[in-house]
Design a protein around this ligand. Sequence first.
Ligand code: NAP
Length: 308
Amino acid sequence: MFGKKTTKSTLDKEQLELFQHAQSRVRQKKRLYLHFILFLIGAVLFIVANLLFNVGKDFRPFGIDWFVFPVVIWFLLLTYHFVNVFITHTFMGKAWEQEQLDKLVAKQEQRIEKLKQHLSKEENIQAQSQAYSESLAEKKKKSPKQEVTIIVAAGEDNAIGKNNELIWHLSDDLKRFKELTSGHCIIMGRKTFESFPKPLPNRTHIVITKQSNYSSPKDVITVHSLEDALDAAREDKQPFIIGGGEIYKQALSLANKIEITRVHATFENADTFFPELNLDQWEEIANSYHEKNEDNNYAFSFITYTKK
Ligand SMILES: NC(=O)c1ccc[n+]([C@@H]2O[C@H](COP(=O)([O-])OP(=O)(O)OC[C@H]3O[C@@H](n4cnc5c(N)ncnc54)[C@H](OP(=O)(O)O)[C@@H]3O)[C@@H](O)[C@H]2O)c1
């Protein structure tokens, strides 16, 4: 209350800087002006001393009057001072450096902002994919006993077809196929579906195609991935994946059972194959051998595998 009264500046920081800068420029210019006056006086004194009062008249380095040397050197110093005040300090002084630095910082801040936006987009995608995996896991929990079964007839060399047709006639295999799949969903690739003369009775057909406008008969479900096909079959305790080659390849990791009719022959002219089974992952739980006869043109075995 009774202490010394302090004066507080009412200028903001930026104004204060401008003000101080202006003051310093005035000081610099005053000093230059003073330098110029001193130079003029000094130069005149040297000239007068040498030419009028003959001071050091005989001292003539390189045949030139000595006063020329101090005047020229002083003039050069004055020029240096002038350049410093009007060029270096104007264009490349501290203020110029600060301006460049600010520009650089602003650019870096823009880049950081962009990176932040990019990161937050990626975080969104990660969150969405996590939510998708969780919902898949949830769906799996809801149907814990679903037995996704691959059903296939394949030669010893894994041949399964040629020109979109089967290569053999095995009546017993067709009967077994009918017995096992009746009442269930059958999931297949578009080409296998088109190899049927018409949809098979008493089964829900789920056809996988990339074509968005694929037209199929009424009651045939069309989907665009194997995952979507299994989702469409989620109410079925045992959906069957019935081929062909492309779909079997994608299905091996998702299935937990394989019903294979192993045809005991090789088919060199085949163009479609079942993928090689990794028997470290599959356990044989049933195997029954059948001889060739008038209804079955090759010997074959019905083999059942479950995933280990
Ligand atoms: N021996 C057996 O047990 C058995 C069983 C079934 C079939 N077969 C034979 O297998 C052959 C057919 O097999 P294939 O490999 O040529 O064809 P496929 O697997 O029956 O069908 C392939 C088609 O499925 C669709 N597709 C595949 N993967 C997809 C995905 N991830 N997303 C969306 N669509 C997808 C595509 O249809 P779009 O081109 O329309 O996009 C593709 O052209 C025939 O010879 C048939 O007789 C044999």
